[in-house]
Design a protein around this ligand. Sequence first.
Ligand SMILES: C[S@@+](CC[C@H](N)C(=O)[O-])C[C@H]1O[C@@H](n2cnc3c(N)ncnc32)[C@H](O)[C@@H]1O
Length: 246
Amino acid sequence: MSELPFGASEIVAGVAGAKRLLDAGCGSGRLTIALAEAGAAVTGVDTNTGQLQAAARRASEAGVSLTLREADFDDALPFAESSFDAVVSRLSVMAAADPVATLRELGRVLEPGGRIVTALWAAPAENPWFAAPREAIGVVRGAERARFARAFGKLGDPAEAATAHREAGFVEVEAVLLRGTRFAPDAAAYWTELSAENGHFRRIEATLSDDERAALVAELDERFVPFHETDRLSLPRTMVLVSARR
Ligand SMILES: C[S@@+](CC[C@H](N)C(=O)[O-])C[C@H]1O[C@@H](n2cnc3c(N)ncnc32)[C@H](O)[C@@H]1O
């Protein structure tokens, strides 16, 4: 099993024992595969067909069987009521046009008593690994170019996330902050890493001149001062993890 993304092992543990699982906004399937490896029959849905293809490739490489479907959780999902005994969604529900309506729809396809576990990024201030590069882009390229990933941090407070799940009809709602750390040798190496793995930053990196890249790394350096350890950067990252029952 490859290394799981931040928060994924907590999500897998949160739905342990479930046999029919839905992963809403499954992306390239790293969590989806981990859930299947834990023994469930897992369906992943996403609107992004490229991501679904990546998930299919990843599953095939891992020797895991998944059901992957193109579906939009802003609309009715293509599943009957009570189709699943657990639903998970990592870093996706905040992108919904109306997160409460989406959560209600996830509840519809979940059997009564079934568990939902969702993860959302906490506020940008709790996530300098992301917020600092976005701010640095704003300085180097202007505020307009830094207006991406606007949903980052939406429902990013445990009380707010819990309220949204209750409004969607869930009970026994528990929301906690999950804190982790991302390490990097220095700001320049971090920018290289981040822009290789994240589409938002990759698209900007592709258009930077050498001078702009140097300015961006200098901006990052300044913002990362509080996170310097002796020989590396130690960048906080924080999620809200919600667990509830239908
Ligand atoms: C940040 S990615 C997270 C992917 C995956 N859950 C993970 O943890 O790696 C958010 C995913 O939500 C999907 N998404 C956004 N809006 C969606 C919608 N309305 N319906 C279905 N999927 C959506 C995106 O295409 C993307 O793959």
